[in-house]
Design a protein around this ligand. Structure first.
Ligand SMILES: Cc1ncc(COP(=O)(O)O)c(C=O)c1O
Length: 491
């Protein structure tokens, strides 16, 4: 393949390669399915470093123009068939939930998740974990050889300095003013959640959460004996008018929020919403716990985290590598202000002394390898295609009464149904046809929400289509039983 390279022009070589390949793809010279030269082959042919080609391919991949097939190389992507509607239809009733009793269903929910992993033939819309990078095990081996024996000793509770510096660097790029000293490495962000909630909240205190929200947070609040106020989500995020009313009347001790690719709805709040939330926290002196577990998995630019708008230390921030690298590594982190730092660190020390040094070294080595950005770009491109496939399949097969969110990233979208749909019955009937969904009431405080499903779109287009047909038919049957009876009578 000929790619004219002009070494005198001011344009970086990888951009020249990207532009030329883009032109060849868009003009049809390289049609869908066409195999690109191998990285080494192209680097040799045009006399550039392999990293230059890797960078160019990474950008084309992020734009969805090419796709890597593990073990086979890079291919020009198939064009998306028809573009789905990107207008969210989600507009639920705005009722605040204050549950009287804890529900304690998180363990059942989590065990269901690990159990689902053991049924490879099932289409599992209930849960989603991204593909780990192919080169992770090679990099893990390298981490073990490089750092050797040091990995197996007791370590400091705040975590390894090198990793904290790398994370701080990433966060600075997101707009946060942080240094390695503001960070504590945690055993997944679940531990960060636990430590922060136990730091800010005492039994009997009021805590605000979005309704629906991450079930793991509700479980921590329940076991602590906190009293929960579930402020409803709108299509733009937590209803701030209702939030203010409850900040005034109940004086909560903490606001928990997932600002970007919210779990379970997939909603990302605007910059204005984030700024308003920080202003309310300040006005009512109520700290915010911002959980940004899905950071990095965006299809389009998203506003900086809420913590970036916090000049006075009201926001404690949680991050993790579970959604971008591997959940089994259990590496997360917490960013807080100096005032809370020492107490959180002591709590962390008492809890587990420190997070696994082996896992920290693997993440650190992966970040240092420079492959992280390429891996994330790949995830973004494939997830965008699957999100679109899911939207299209729902448009085609779901009844018109269903309404849904259109996430700008992350792993899930959220579908709401009329009150008459029984989600437990839907789960039972779907599993009988090898499609797994789970009862999304676990995401509501006290399990008191409306009928809805969180659907993971991390599946092939074929599986999404097949699963959506099954769910669509079941939903139509449950919404319009008489039509089915009539059809049977005609038959
Ligand atoms: C919003 C949110 N926070 C925290 C977690 C916990 O993640 P981990 O402990 O693996 O970092 C999850 C896991 O699904 C999540 O969705």
């Amino acid at each position: 393949m000929k790619i004219p390279i002009d070494r005198q022009s001011g344009q970086a070589l990888y951009l020249q390669i990207r532009d030329r390949l883009k032109h060849l793809i868009q003009s049809g010279v390289m049609p869908p399915g066409h195999q690109l030269p191998s990285i080494r082959g192209l680097a040799d042919a045009i006399q550039v470093n392999k990293l230059t080609v890797i960078e160019a391919y990474g950008m084309l991949e992020a734009d969805g123009l090419i796709q890597a097939r593990p073990g086979s190389g890079y291919f020009v992507s198939q064009p998306p068939s028809a573009s789905p509607s990107l207008e969210p239809t989600f507009a639920p009733a705005q009722s605040v939930i204050i549950p009287e009793h804890p529900c304690g269903s998180f363990c059942k929910f989590y065990n269901g998740f690990t159990e689902a992993n053991r049924h490879p033939d099932r289409i599992d819309f209930g849960f989603g974990v991204p593909q780990p990078p192919e080169d992770l095990s090679r990099i893990a081996r390298r981490a073990m050889t490089d750092v050797g024996d040091r990995l197996f000793h007791y370590n400091q509770p705040q975590g390894q300095l090198m990793l904290r510096q790398q994370i701080a660097q990433q966060l600075i790029q997101l707009g946060l003013e942080v240094s390695a000293d503001d960070l504590i490495i945690t055993t997944g962000s679940q531990q960060g959640l636990f430590l922060a909630i136990h730091h800010f909240v005492r039994p009997g205190d009021w805590v605000v959460v979005e309704s629906p929200t991450y079930a793991g947070t509700l479980a921590v609040l329940d076991t602590l004996g906190a009293r929960v106020i579930g402020i409803p989500m709108t299509a733009e995020g937590m209803n701030l008018e209702l939030l203010e009313q409850y900040l005034k009347s109940h004086r909560p001790r903490l606001i928990f929020t997932i600002s970007t690719f919210h779990n379970p709805t997939g909603i990302t709040t605007t910059q204005a919403h984030r700024q308003q939330l920080v202003a309310l926290a300040k006005q009512y002196e109520c700290p915010i716990l911002e959980d940004n577990a899905y950071e990095g998995l965006n299809f389009e630019p998203v506003p900086p985290p809420i913590k970036a708008f916090d000049r006075e230390g009201w926001v404690t921030y949680l991050g993790t590598f579970s959604k971008t690298l591997m959940p089994g590594l259990r590496v997360g982190y917490i960013v807080t202000n100096r005032q809370n730092h020492q107490t959180l660190l002591s709590r962390k020390l008492l809890y587990d002394l420190h997070s696994s040094t082996v896992s920290q070294a693997i993440v650190s080595e992966y970040l240092a390898s420079g492959h992280y950005r390429r891996h994330i770009n790949r995830l973004r491109a494939t997830h965008l295609q699957s999100r679109n496939a899911m939207l299209q399949a729902m448009e085609k097969h779901f009844p018109e009464e269903a309404t849904w969110t259109v996430p700008q990233g992350g792993l899930f979208l959220w579908v709401q149904f009329p009150e008459c749909v029984s989600i437990p019955a839907l789960c039972r009937d779907a599993i009988a046809q090898n499609v797994a969904i789970f009862d999304s009431s676990v995401f509501f405080p006290g399990q008191k929400g409306y009928p809805a499903l969180r659907l993971s779109f991390l599946h092939s287009a074929e599986d999404i289509e097949r699963g959506a047909i099954v769910l669509g038919n079941l939903l139509k049957r449950s919404l319009h039983p008489s039509r089915n009876i009539q059809r049977k009578a005609v038959a």
